[in-house]
Design a protein around this ligand. Structure first.
Ligand SMILES: Cc1ncc(COP(=O)(O)O)c(C=O)c1O
Length: 370
């Protein structure tokens, strides 16, 4: 049996008639950037989230940068971010000329340790920027409580969490604004780079809309300095086709997560992900923990049996060369450092068959117990 990490090809084959039709329409009309499909996707995704507004962008990284930039994060500011994330969260802060201030992981959820956020707040702190990592929603009530006591903005990195919910409300609707990625491998993925920003703040929305297209509403008239962070029509068209399947796909991911958990339940060598209280986790990734000595060997063992796995992420932000200038050292974030050596992301996508989940689980069992 072969178990890929995710299976975009078979997803395309199932959607082929719909995708081919919208592509034909785009090529026929030959309008390629920020046209009718982008407009429609912005509206439909905002409705799906329950957000007032959505600005489509060229990637999740651009979404992170644009929302922080438009909200006024700048040189001298500090933004509190988790040390365990994809680098784009911290990069967005750096691109604004501000400083990311890292916080260790919660040992169970893999998300930022809320109990350690307050000790990082200084007079320069402007915002808290949690990540709903792997599709696991943060407790946004606790984040909001800290932010309102200290007068901080809240941004969400929802790049891995399209339609994940906390207390029944979609992530991306809690803070000042939230960034989404539609990178092809995400739960809602485009056929290239794509992202976007949700917000309930009309003023910020108008500013982001302008800054996404060189600070202009009228062609060649530029009111403010912006960038080119526009979404392509083909990406919006793919996302529109896929959006109606997202809830079903997320439900299937949750079924697969439950199946993994039940098949691995009695293996004391394996810790399966735990869904936080009041969270609707959408399992963008299913990340298990095993001992650091066994992790790479298990990965190799599974690879030999045609099972692809991943590491998300092998090096926490404070140990990346890109952030050496911030002066952190090994040992500063013990939970994230330990987890980085113990985590292993198992294959996860809605196209997975139960037999594939059983094959992966049986081989993990075989590795530990022969
Ligand atoms: C947590 C997080 N933030 C930001 C990004 C950036 O998104 P993109 O790859 O679309 O630029 C990603 C995507 O990988 C991500 O996982």
């Amino acid at each position: 049996m072969n178990v890929p990490f995710l299976d975009l090809k078979s997803q395309y084959l199932r959607l082929k008639p719909e995708i081919d039709a919208v592509f034909a329409d785009i090529f026929e009309h030959s309008a390629f950037i920020c046209g009718k499909y982008v407009n429609l996707f912005e509206k439909e995704f905002a409705v799906a989230l329950g957000a007032k507004r959505f600005v489509a962008t060229s990637s999740g990284t651009d979404a992170v940068h644009l929302m922080l930039w438009a909200a006024g994060i700048g040189p001298g500011d500090e933004v509190v971010v988790p040390v365990n994330t994809f680098i784009a969260t911290a990069e967005g802060v750096s691109l604004c000329g501000a400083t990311p201030v890292f916080v260790d992981n919660d040992p169970v959820s893999f998300n930022i340790d809320i109990g350690r956020v307050e000790e990082k707040i200084t007079p320069r702190t402007r915002a808290v920027f949690p990540v709903h990592l792997y599709g696991q929603p943060m407790n946004m009530d606790e984040i909001d409580d800290i932010a309102s006591r200290h007068g901080l903005m809240v941004f969400e990195d929802a790049c891995q969490a399209q339609s994940a919910r906390f207390r029944g409300k979609a992530v991306g609707t809690f803070g000042t604004a939230a960034a989404f990625s539609f990178f092809p491998g995400k739960n809602l993925g485009a056929y290239g780079e794509a992202g976007g920003i949700s917000t309930n703040d009309e003023g910020l929305y108008q500013k982001m809309l302008r800054m996404r297209g060189h600070g202009s509403v009228e062609r060649y008239v530029h009111d403010i300095v912006g960038h080119n962070y526009r979404m392509e029509e083909i990406q919006a068209a793919v996302l529109l086709v896929k959006l109606k399947y997202l809830d079903g796909w997320n439900a299937r991911r949750r079924e697969i997560a439950d199946l993994y958990r039940s098949l691995l339940a009695d293996l004391k060598e394996v810790i399966c992900p735990v869904e936080s209280a009041d969270a609707y986790h959408i399992y963008h990734l299913f990340v298990i923990q095993v001992s650091a000595e066994k992790r790479d060997k298990l990965k190799g063992f599974l690879q030999e049996r045609n099972i692809a796995t991943g590491l998300h992420y092998p090096i926490p932000m404070h140990l990346q060369k890109a952030y050496a200038h911030l002066g952190y050292k090994k040992g500063d974030f013990p939970v994230a450092e330990k987890q980085a050596n113990e985590i292993l992301s198992l294959p996860m996508c809605p196209e997975m068959k139960d037999e594939q989940v059983e094959y992966v689980s049986a081989n993990i069992r075989r590795y530990f117990h022969g």
